[in-house]
Design a protein around this ligand. Structure first.
Ligand code: HEC
Ligand code: HEC
Ligand code: HEC
Ligand code: HEC
Ligand code: HEC
Length: 326
């Protein structure tokens, strides 16, 4: 049995680490629940707040990878605008967001509810304009149709630090014309009451969106970035890897995806194999699919994928496809 004092000290250390949001340097921090509780909106919009608390938007300031990168900068203030923004609608969405001070809202709230939803006069902007006693609600073009892409693009259009401005690809390849949107892929549908924890809120179910934000750390979501198709030709097999995201893949310097294709015979013996790496320099372009040609034929072609979140991190498997060859 361990000394109870040691156990208490260890517990205190864990609590301090959790409260300061400092974790392992190579992993994004988990947001302490205490911080979520301090967000005024949580009282009534608990389900959405808990989803948000689990996103990198909520952790944009406490994230140890970000904190470490910022400490190395001569002018760290140039890094604050998108990680601790003032309400974006208090300025021009087409310009780089401005940072807030801790007096206007705690920095630990990162990209907060107010950053996206507060209007220039303190009103709440959203997709519906649903009237409530709780706050003034106004339907805003930033939350319906293509206006939503502008909201996301205000931070995701710029190349800075390790960030590749993926929204530039989205815009230059006119993804919106194909009925694609950032929200459509990154925020899944949820049908529910919006303010389910407000005792006076209406009991109306509406079609809303999950605020957890789908990203590359979810293997099932990541798989969608690589659309595979196999064609048999005269004496060869052609595997196409097309871009299933609305922008280049990956979108962060240091992130790398490695795909391996293996052609097997009936006994499962390998006949041939090819590997492709997608990173900052050799990314999967939106409009140019990648191709492998295997000479001859076989019984099965397998494609597996590994995700290296940073240069040094261990790989995470995310793709395992199998094509039976007729
Ligand atoms: C124009 C908005 C903007 C500014 C200004 C900005 N960032 Fe970011 N930052 C982002 C976005 C968007 C992401 C997410 C990119 C992604 O996940 O692909 C990000 C992510 C990061 C990450 C990755 C965190 C992780 O968990 O892997 C680091 C590190 C980072 N930023 C550092 C910086 C530094 C250093 C500066 C200042 C030189 C800076 N940022 C300024 C928008 C910005
Ligand atoms: C006292 C409870 C309460 C608090 C606190 C609260 N809300 Fe609301 N909110 C509601 C209710 C009730 C609705 C309307 C729900 C409905 O009609 O389905 C609503 C609606 C909304 C909508 C939808 C707007 C629309 O109609 O498009 C947004 C966005 C929103 N709230 C954001 C926030 C944010 C951000 C905060 C914190 C700054 C916040 N709310 C604080 C109760 C609250
Ligand atoms: C105020 C600036 C800002 C706005 C607005 C914004 N983002 Fe982000 N986003 C960021 C930053 C900063 C990060 C990375 C934070 C970090 O890793 O420290 C990020 C991360 C992400 C990620 C990576 C998530 C992951 O798990 O890897 C995705 C996807 C994303 N944002 C999509 C969106 C979408 C969709 C919208 C519009 C609804 C949006 N963002 C609006 C700044 C913003
Ligand atoms: C057709 C679906 C789709 C659309 C549209 C889309 N994305 Fe993505 N996005 C993905 C997929 C899949 C990934 C995972 C692959 C990756 O990380 O590159 C991803 C990754 C990301 C990342 C993380 C990049 C990285 O590697 O760290 C960011 C940030 C992001 N998207 C933002 C946006 C923004 C902003 C928009 C709108 C301008 C948008 N996405 C539109 C599917 C989409
Ligand atoms: C990065 C920007 C961003 C942040 C941060 C954000 N939201 Fe939203 N929110 C959106 C977008 C975009 C929609 C509209 C999605 C749609 O319906 O197309 C939305 C929709 C909503 C709605 C309407 C119902 C729904 O699900 O569509 C409510 C309520 C809401 N948000 C509350 C919140 C609260 C509370 C927080 C903080 C805990 C928050 N949001 C943080 C972008 C954001």
């Amino acid at each position: 049995m361990r000394n109870p004092i040691d156990v208490l000290i260890a517990l205190a250390a864990v609590l301090i680490l959790a409260a300061t949001g400092v974790g392992r340097e190579d992993e994004p921090a988990s947001l302490p629940l205490a911080t979520v509780e301090a967000v005024s909106c949580t009282e009534c919009h608990r389900a959405i707040a808990l989803e948000w608390a689990d996103s990198l938007h909520a952790r944009a300031w406490v994230d140890p990878i970000y904190q470490k990168a910022v400490k190395k900068k001569r002018r760290p203030s140039s890094c604050y605008g998108c990680h601790i923004p003032l309400p974006l609608h208090s300025g021009d969405l087409a310009k780089k967001p401005k940072p807030r001070s801790a007096e206007s809202e705690p920095l630990e709230h990162g990209i907060s509810c107010r950053s996206c939803h507060e209007g220039p006069d303190g009103e709440i902007l959203g997709p519906f304009g649903a009237e409530t006693e709780a706050h003034r609600s106004v339907q805003s073009p930033s939350f319906v149709g293509a206006g939503r892409d502008q909201l996301c693009a205000s931070c995701h259009r710029t190349n800075i630090g390790p960030v590749i401005g993926v929204a530039k690809d989205f815009e230059s390849t006119r993804q919106a014309d194909r009925d694609r949107s950032c929200v459509g892929c990154h925020m899944s549908f949820e049908i529910r009451e919006l303010a389910e924890s407000d005792p006076n809120g209406p009991k109306i179910e509406r079609k809303g969106r999950n605020h957890r934000i789908n990203g590359p750390s979810d293997p099932e979501f990541l798989e969608r970035a690589f659309q595979l198709s196999l064609e048999a030709e005269e004496g060869a097999l052609r595997l196409r890897i097309a871009n299933g995201a609305g922008h280049r893949v990956p979108g962060l310097i240091g992130r790398r995806f490695e795909l391996t294709g293996r052609l097997l015979d009936e006994e499962g013996q390998e006949l041939a194999s090819q590997t492709a790496t997608f990173d900052t320099f050799s990314y999967l372009d939106v409009t140019k699919p990648f191709e492998w040609v295997f000479k001859g034929t076989g019984a099965v072609l397998t494609v597996t994928g590994l995700h290296f979140p940073t240069e040094k991190s261990r790989p995470i498997p995310f793709l395992n496809e199998r094509f039976e060859i007729e």
